[in-house]
Design a protein around this ligand. Structure first.
Ligand SMILES: Nc1ncnc2c1ncn2[C@@H]1O[C@H](COP(=O)(O)OP(=O)(O)OP(=O)(O)O)[C@@H](O)[C@H]1O
Ligand SMILES: [Mg+2]
Length: 365
């Protein structure tokens, strides 16, 4: 199974285990029997479109909402019925959630005070947490006088200072501009690795998930569609939803027939498939834009004409149309790239056509 690939890379013991977790709001099933394990020190991202259940899963783990069914365990110990403040989890939310009437240092100290940590020890731990997020020089400032990135660092320091068993982050960077988001995600990753802190991170930004995660759990409709390292969800998607959500795809309704198998596309040339493709009959073929190239003169290929050309630096994205009306995206090297109106012939790179079931999108080959 694609979903199991990469698991061997995580030899560390299971730290967080979620088993059969379900949650319904009214008649809406927000989580449908979620199974998820996170190894000690691992960073797992929940990635999926708006409303797929990411925040609900995080809030169940944090203890802010009770699941209808299923179990959550830390180091094998059940958390069922345990209130949030007993779970010792650090939380960083979307938005800044800092107290405006407290200084940076007081904001960070808040959780320690609530836990009854003595003043001397408190000061020492706050200083360490502020140093960790590079805010020591701003310890006495009020949040009003901080930038968005600095406020978010206060939030992170506040989560780390309690030395949490688990760090839960829900879209922590969504308020920041694009450049700062990229910087901060690298900082979060570095810090997470240095501290070896087990982290569950929520985002709907594919690049963010791919760049910081040990594994990515792709969610849709309250279900984890696939959980695997970033390269695996990208290169070996479990189903059409994952292929489309991660990286995008050209989708072609087609038939597989013959021996050796070929892909028949109505009104177009047939494309050869790898010998191992045991599938026959109607399929949805998925081909990524970067997996299409120009066909060799004597090889089979799809005739097409360039509609739109978008320069992307070293690569250029072409929107092309075949005589049969099929529209495809193609990424080609920018050097010598065809121009708008040019005719060309396209062929998939070897082994880069993926086949999915037309009904439920499961991966066939
Ligand atoms: N307290 C609630 N009452 C009723 N419905 C809820 C409640 N919380 C969440 N939902 C519904 O459950 C579903 C999952 O919501 P959730 O907030 O977990 O999504 P999400 O994946 O975090 O989305 P986003 O990316 O927009 O934050 C949504 O359809 C949402 O409307
Ligand atoms: Mg959410």
């Amino acid at each position: 199974m694609q979903t199991q690939k990469g698991a061997a890379a995580h030899a560390a013991p299971t730290h967080l285990a979620v088993q059969g977790l379900s949650k319904t709001f009214g008649d809406h099933r927000a989580l449908a029997s979620i199974d998820l394990t996170v190894a000690r020190g691992e960073l797992v991202t929940l990635l999926g479109p708006s409303g797929c259940g990411k925040t609900t899963l995080l809030r169940c783990i944090a203890g802010f909402i009770a699941q209808d069914a299923g179990h959550i365990r830390i180091d094998g110990r059940s958390l069922d019925g345990s209130p949030p403040h007993k779970r010792n989890f650090g939380m960083v939310f979307q938005g800044y959630a800092v107290f405006p009437h407290l200084t940076v240092a007081e904001n960070v100290a808040y959780g320690l005070r609530a836990r009854g940590v003595a003043a001397g020890q408190r000061a020492e731990r706050v200083a360490r947490a502020l140093d960790r997020v590079q805010l020591s020089h701003l310890a006495q400032r009020f949040p009003d006088a901080l930038s968005g990135g600095q406020k978010q660092r206060v939030g992170i320091a506040r989560a780390l200072v309690i030395e949490p068993d688990l760090l839960l982050m829900d879209e922590p960077l969504s308020n920041l501009d694009a450049k700062l988001r990229v910087e901060m995600r690298q900082e979060i990753r570095l810090m997470q690795r240095e501290l070896g802190i087990t982290t569950l991170y929520v985002t709907h930004d594919q690049d963010e998930a791919m760049s910081i995660s040990d594994r990515v759990a792709v969610m849709q409709g309250g279900v984890i569609q696939q959980i695997a390292p970033p390269e695996v969800v990208f290169d070996d998607p479990a189903n059409a939803f994952v292929a489309d959500f991660i990286g995008g795809c050209n989708w072609i309704e087609a038939e597989v027939a013959g021996d050796p198998a070929v892909l028949h596309i109505a009104g177009e040339a047939a494309l050869p498939l790898p010998p191992a493709a045991g599938v026959r009959g109607p399929v949805r073929a998925g081909i990524r834009a970067e997996d299409l190239g120009l066909a060799a003169p004597d090889a089979p290929g799809l005739a097409a004409r360039v509609l739109v050309r978008s320069f992307l630096g070293p690569r250029t994205r072409l929107r092309v149309e075949t005589p049969g009306g099929l529209r495809l995206d193609v990424d080609l090297p920018s050097a010598d790239c065809p121009r708008e109106g040019d005719a060309l012939r396209l062929a998939p790179l070897p082994g880069r056509i993926r086949l999915y079931a037309r009904d439920d999108g499961r991966r066939l080959a």
